[in-house]
Design a protein around this ligand. Structure first.
Ligand SMILES: *Cc1c(COP(=O)(O)O)cnc(C)c1O
Length: 396
């Protein structure tokens, strides 16, 4: 008997546990002082009323013999897949409902999709990025190469034609940097993937935060993407579903490799290994895409984006290099005085009682950078920014 030895190659994931440890030490040493958390990667506003009402109705249906439902439809209920298609139609993207797969979230699908690809594929991953892409491929034992995000390319790395890759991860808007690819940049990734016969795994978990109408919110807004890209989306950040759990993955029918439809492979994989999303949750998700639902969740997004603006404007005033915050809930800043990510974490915590996330936790290129998030409470963000501004005024 052998275990999967690839797990030995995983780096210990100490990022959030170390943050908690340092925070607890701070609290013990500073009784009565509070710490303001600007590192939260989770939403804080509750589900919109129209979503709650839809789920309540669904609960009652499940308690009536005439409306009770057992096992659900394979790819998710048609009512929800059609609602997703209607949402894409508004972006100018035509999808058929058989191209949409409902899931319990993007993280599961981003990891599970690897089931349909050979272990011999080479994977190209931007650095820094959401750590799930790296870890799931290490678990499988795939070869990983990185493409560097840095200050010079504004953390939006572009393809290098001399590099050979089979599976390409893109995350736009990016977690942790908040950077968003424009149309031309995405076109270069799509044409690279088509030339290489590679498949792009496009994570659009933050698409709804994009405010600039000229920026793409779906990879399928790029010509040719239907032949080379799978898109992963989630209601977690868009509609506050991190605890409720629902997402969707799009695999176009034109996406074939070796004359095999990836849509068919994924259907087979999901129907074999995935149990689907509860009917009640799918009714809640359907309500997200109604006119009323979209209005209600957009009010929440606007609240987070106002937070983001407050943070970004404060950093600008203080002369700190930063990106993000305009089209994403993340603000990515360069640590001051050449500090490392973790030194800057300690500095912010001990001097200001502010907790953020060290960029080094998202890859080698994150060292020297730091992530702040807009998911917190407005009052807390105003207090934190007030502390930074007063300090900045004193040193000037
Ligand atoms: C939060 C997040 C997800 C998805 O989350 P789920 O809750 O699993 O749907 C996916 N990608 C990125 C980059 C994220 O930050």
């Amino acid at each position: 008997m052998n275990i999967n030895y690839n797990y030995n190659n995983l780096k210990e994931s100490y990022l959030f546990s170390l943050i908690d440890k340092k925070l607890n030490e701070y609290k013990a040493q500073n009784p009565g002082k509070d710490a303001i958390r600007l590192g939260i990667g989770d939403v804080t506003l509750p589900l919109a009323p129209v979503i709650v009402e839809a789920m309540q109705r669904a609960v009652l249906e499940m308690g009536e013999r005439s409306t009770f439902r057992g096992y659900g439809e394979e790819q998710g209920y048609a009512f929800l897949r059609q609602a997703v298609c209607a949402y894409y139609a508004k972006k100018g993207v035509a999808l058929s409902d058989s191209e949409v797969f409902i899931s319990d979230g993007a993280k599961s699908d981003l990891g599970n999709i690897l089931d349909i690809f050979s272990i011999n594929n080479t994977v190209l991953i931007p650095d820094p990025v959401y750590p799930v892409y790296v870890d799931t491929n290490i678990m499988a034992g795939r070869k990983i190469i990185y493409v560097n995000g840095n200050e010079e390319n504004s953390f939006l790395p572009l393809p290098d034609k001399n590099v050979k890759a089979d599976i390409i991860y893109l995350c736009s808007p990016n977690n942790p940097t908040g950077a968003v690819y424009n149309k031309k940049q995405l076109e270069s990734w799509v044409s690279y993937a088509l030339e290489q016969d590679a498949v792009i795994l496009f994570d659009s978990a933050y698409e709804i935060f994009i405010q600039d109408q000229s920026l793409p919110t779906s990879v399928y807004q790029i010509e040719g993407a239907r032949k080379c890209a799978i898109e992963f989306c989630s209601l977690s950040k868009t509609a506050g579903f991190t605890g409720t759990r629902c997402g969707y993955t799009v695999i176009p029918h034109e996406l074939n490799r070796d004359q095999v439809s990836l849509n068919k492979l994924w259907l087979r994989r999901q129907t074999t290994k995935f149990n689907g999303v509860p009917y009640i949750v799918q009714r809640g998700a359907e309500a997200v895409f109604s006119d009323e639902g979209l209005n209600q969740i957009k009010a929440n997004i606007a609240y987070y984006m106002q937070n983001a603006k407050l943070i970004a404007n404060t950093l600008k005033k203080l002369g700190i290099w930063s990106i993000g915050g305009e089209n994403s809930p993340y603000i990515w800043l360069k640590c001051t005085d050449g500090m490392s990510s973790w030194d800057f974490f300690d500095y912010l915590l001990t001097q200001f009682g502010i907790v953020g996330t060290p960029g080094a936790g998202f890859g080698a290129n994150g060292e020297g950078f730091f992530r702040l998030t807009a998911f917190g409470d407005r009052g807390n963000i105003l207090r934190a920014m007030g502390k930074l501004t007063r300090h900045g005024d004193q040193t000037m």
